[in-house]
Design a protein around this ligand. Structure first.
Ligand SMILES: NC(=O)c1ccc[n+]([C@@H]2O[C@H](COP(=O)([O-])OP(=O)(O)OC[C@H]3O[C@@H](n4cnc5c(N)ncnc54)[C@H](O)[C@@H]3O)[C@@H](O)[C@H]2O)c1
Length: 301
């Protein structure tokens, strides 16, 4: 349960855009020290300038979260500047779509590298320092929030790499929650599962490293990109509203953070089928027209 934020330290990955930037803005309003982490230098610099102008003490670090060494160095730099953090938001993420057998090894390495290994490194590098702080000070409170997705609770077609990365983040974070409870009452964990929210996520390719580049996108990847552009840009809930839910969840020690609780019917349907031993349900049950269009496009009709 993290409620008192004034003078406390937040580490935010993916802080240059979207949810990360909005969480940083709220942190600044609450008087938190901010460690802003992003791989995109210009976005990171803009965030640093804005948040320093808002009065926050800022440490901005250009880090690729998929790098174990860079994340270890980051944790050390945070420790030197502010001591152990109180809030770690492992949020940086990228998306790639397409039929699951068409994704290249580079696609898997890039998406799992950022979305899964980035969270693994954040948990690995910061949790021991937070535990040490909690042992040294009974008043210390900390919270780790990992960003997954509704794609961590569902298996929408034509985006398998992303689904796998986000299911792994849900599993990692549920286990983190359980493991923390074995050893401490002072540090909590939550998982953020947004549905479609307008951010830069559908332009993730802007940050794909050159060594993980792939050739021309396949037909299924082009279709997936167009569908994701449309779904993300037409989302009605804002990134700022989702960021506020992150702080509300930390204060209430709530584990699952949903941007669109009404979309949970799909999760219920999936879970019921699993328990009943039924085959995976139609993912387009609520929007049959979308399924008809997608099948027609993929079959070249
Ligand atoms: N927007 C949505 O609809 C949605 C839905 C579900 C989950 N999510 C998740 O939310 C998280 C935040 O994404 P967003 O929607 O705010 O998108 P965004 O693109 O606006 O922000 C993501 C940030 O992560 C940074 N980033 C990318 N690769 C990185 C790397 N290797 N190291 C460090 N930083 C890196 C980007 O530069 C960017 O600033 C992601 O994990 C994403 O998968 C988003």
């Amino acid at each position: 349960m993290l409620k008192e934020l004034q003078g406390k330290t937040a580490v935010i990955t993916g802080a240059g855009s979207g949810f990360g930037l909005e969480v940083a803005r709220i942190g600044a309003r609450h008087g938190m020290n901010l460690v802003l982490v992003d791989v995109q230098a210009d976005a990171l610099e803009r965030a640093r300038t804005e948040l320093e102008a808002a009065g926050a003490a800022v440490l901005a670090q250009r880090v690729d979260v998929s790098s174990a060494e860079a994340m270890d160095d980051l944790a050390e730099a945070v420790q030197q500047r502010f001591g152990a953090p109180h809030f770690v938001f492992n949020n940086a993420g990228v998306a790639a779509g397409g039929l699951v057998w068409e994704n290249t090894v580079a696609d898997w390495q890039w998406v799992l590298g950022v979305n899964l290994w980035g969270v693994v490194h954040g948990v690995r590098a910061f949790t021991p320092r937070m535990l040490a702080a909690s042992q040294a000070d009974p008043a210390y409170r900390g919270h780790i929030v990992n960003t997954a997705s509704m794609a961590g609770l569902l298996t929408p077609p034509n985006m398998g790499v992303y689904n796998v990365s986000k299911h792994a983040v849900v599993a990692l974070t549920e286990t983190l929650y359980q493991d923390l409870h074995l050893v401490s009452d002072q540090i909590g964990a939550s998982v953020l599962c947004p549905y479609f929210v307008p951010t830069g996520i559908s332009q993730s390719e802007r940050n794909r490293p050159g060594e993980l580049a792939t050739g021309q996108p396949t037909q299924s990847q082009l279709i997936g990109q167009a569908m994701s552009d449309k779904a993300v840009s037409s989302g009605k809930v804002t990134a700022a509203e989702v960021a506020q839910k992150v702080f509300d969840a930390m204060a209430a020690d709530a584990f699952y953070i949903y941007s669109h609780p009404k979309a949970l019917g799909n999760v219920q349907t999936r879970m019921s089928a699993i328990v009943a031993g039924q085959n995976p349900p139609d993912p387009f049950a609520e929007r049959p027209d979308v399924g008809v269009q997608l099948r027609a496009a993929l079959r070249g009709a």
